[in-house]
Design a protein around this ligand. Structure first.
Ligand code: NAD
Length: 357
């Protein structure tokens, strides 16, 4: 794998937020003397418009050759009428599945400067810094057999299969222990082992793995309790690891503790540390071209890229510190605006972060 970074601006606000993130990326490349090459390609509606498909083979080939991929967002009403396999979102799904991205990392960080944007009390969420690690390609969302069948009495029955093999559990477990090592060294594994055998094996396997990571303090929690604790006392968590379905729900709940969609980065990693980095939000067609889009989630995705694909915690810290300073200085895009702050454009907030690098 080379040290190339592939940038996929995507659709609607995608190119606007990517412009700012790439400025930051170029600034850290220069400041830290990184030996990486940035390449660009199309994904989503932009790719369909040029090549007639949402994830063309040249984009996929470049993705396979890259250490990390930075994505803006894809989709929008312009392409909603296309048949399913040609829609922009299908391009992203193809990219994720063909790259084998099995580990989804979603931090929920509450910047103290923004704690009035949360629906919870500031003292509960101020200083919050959780990383939710969700297994992305297994569990009940993919388990076979699945379907809807007709029973002997004529009634229909829907069914799915929840299963995880030991190797699947160990693979995501390692990502979680490694992440805990470079954070607060506390890992909470979430399951429903009192009811589901598949997650009893999950708990057993994660417990066994813990012996390889003596520096990490491991705890277990049932998913129903984890949901309550996230709302009641979210700051008790450092890294949380869980399966696909529980992670889907808990990561959205944790993200919303922070209250602002424009601030949430994410990473999806393969077994070699190659990652797809993207903001959690969509392509926001309602604000395209207005310079109202918040680019900070995408800029913070660059920080995650440095931390997880380039193992450069120092660079990640530098980017996150720059974002913090910009917030300290009162600069805000409309989505995070509050009294007595200064409203700025997408470009101005990107420039401010870049200047601090
Ligand atoms: P959305 O996240 O694009 O927008 C929801 C709301 O949040 C909108 O009001 C939007 O203006 C606002 N918003 C989103 N990002 C923002 C930002 N950075 N700064 C300020 N405000 C922001 O969700 P949606 O409207 O449901 O979807 C729009 C399109 O995006 C759809 O085509 C959908 O399929 C696609 N989508 C793509 C991805 C992705 O690329 N990963 C994810 C979700 C949705």
């Amino acid at each position: 794998m080379t040290s190339a970074i592939l940038v996929l601006p995507g659709d609607n606000i995608g190119p606007e937020i990517i412009d700012e993130a790439v400025k930051v990326l170029r600034a850290v490349i220069v400041k830290f003397g990184l030996d990486v090459e940035i390449k660009f390609a199309d994904l989503g509606g932009a790719a369909f418009d040029k090549a007639g498909e949402p994830c063309p083979s040249d984009t996929m080939a470049l993705a396979h050759q890259s250490r990390a991929i930075l994505l803006g967002a894809v989709g929008g009403p312009k392409w909603d009428g296309l048949e399913r396999e040609l829609r922009p979102e299908q391009g992203l799904l193809k990219l994720r599945s063909q790259l084998g991205l099995f580990a989804n990392l979603r931090p929920a960080i509450m910047y103290p400067q923004l704690c009035t944007t949360s629906s919870l009390k500031p003292e509960i969420v101020s200083g919050l810094d959780i990383l939710i690690i969700r297994e992305l390609v297994g569990g009940i969302y993919f388990g076979e057999p699945r379907g809807i069948r007709v029973l002997e009495n004529g009634e229909r029955e829907g069914f799915n299969t929840y299963k995880y093999s030991e190797s699947e559990i160990r693979r995501i477990g390692r990502v979680a222990f490694e992440a805990a090592l470079i954070r607060g060294r506390r890992l909470c594994s979430v399951d429903k082992s009192n009811v589901l055998e598949a997650t009893a094996l999950w708990r057993e396997t994660i417990t066994e793995l813990a012996s390889e990571y003596p520096a990490v303090e491991l705890a277990h929690m049932y998913v129903d309790n984890a949901a309550m604790q996230l709302i009641k006392e979210p700051k008790q968590f450092d890294v949380v690891v869980t399966g696909n379905m529980f992670g889907d729900i808990l990561s959205d709940a944790a993200a919303m503790l922070t209250g602002s969609i424009g601030m949430l980065p994410s990473a999806s990693l393969d077994k070699n540390g190659r990652g797809l980095y993207e903001p959690c939000h969509g392509s926001a067609p309602d604000i395209v071209g207005t310079q109202k889009a918040n680019p900070l989630a995408t800029i913070l995705s660059v920080a995650m890229m440095m931390r997880y694909s380039f193992h450069r915690t120092d660079i990640a810290d530098t980017i996150e510190l720059a974002v913090n300073e910009v917030l300290d200085n009162g600069l805000r895009t409309p989505d995070i605006m509050s009294d007595s702050m200064t409203m700025v454009t997408t470009r101005e907030i990107g420039d401010a972060v870049t200047a601090r690098i």
